[in-house]
Unconditional design. Structure first.
Lengths: 132, 132
DNA sequence: GCTTGACCTTCCAGTTACTGGAGGCCTTAT
DNA sequence: ATAAGGCCTCCAGTAACTGGAAGGTCAAGC
């Protein structure tokens, strides 16, 4: 299988697949002409990585997940721990973004949005929010 | 004012302040010895940027906000538009993270988390989610 | 046999917003 | 005189790609 076939099957961009080889996530064979020659296993791994990435796992976490997947002696507790740690990170980000969202939407509501210069958004950014 | 005073006042790291000068957000004066010599205006600008950044505005948006702030003839509509566009982006991210969160927490709930190898999380990542 | 166009290759640079570190002046206090 | 600490610049690295240049390969058509 050539790289564009794999890209079509997995939905991953060609560039990304090459990148995943660069960083050692996959090691496809090479044809005599130098082209990458992907096996079904490579395809499967890439699909796996693609789904893990779509759940927000970082590349190193993907590497760990792949290793666990290939390890028949794994304990599901190890996978769960990894996933929980990632979930906490997601929750942290959601909270952070939610706080931004709340502040920002209040400011937006307070702004007339007309052709006058006075603007509560700018006023808030310029205001002293210091603790002292 | 030396850079560490500004860092203390604004809460921004020294490195970040130098970086903001590099990219032209601020242009502090220099003392005879080559040290940056920050004015109150510089301080104010940096605090402004710090607050905009804490609301998640990107650097270029900060530049725009600063420009609008300094433009007495601005229309609040322009500020509002910028903020709304940023809010949409935040909402998009929250939605994306929320979807990840939901999927991931279902999988985590389904995983026994013991020392057995069978794991619904890995099974899901390995499963064919293809459209065909 | 040759050209054309679609693929494939590698390598380099750029993205975001910093952060860390090396190597080296400047200042202040002892 | 020296030691500590603050300041300087420049270089490299981070995460995960993405775009583009320069060039080899392959299949089809004339």
């Amino acid at each position: 299988m050539n790289i564009s076939d794999v890209a079509n099957s997995t939905g991953l961009p060609v560039k990304t697949i090459r990148y995943y080889e660069d960083i050692g996530l996959i090691t496809p064979a090479r044809s005599a002409n130098g082209y990458r020659d992907f096996s079904d296993t490579d395809l499967h791994k890439l699909a796996f990585i693609g789904r893990a990435r779509s759940l927000g796992f970082g590349i190193e976490a993907c590497r760990d997940l792949l290793r666990l997947y290939n390890d028949q002696t794994r304990a599901s507790a190890d996978v769960k721990r990894l996933a929980q740690s990632h979930l906490s990170e997601i929750d942290r980000k959601i909270t952070e973004l939610g706080e931004m969202r709340d502040t920002l939407s209040h400011l937006i509501d307070a702004c007339a949005g007309n052709d006058r210069p006075d603007c509560p958004i700018l006023a808030d950014l310029a205001a002293d929010h210091g603790s002292a």
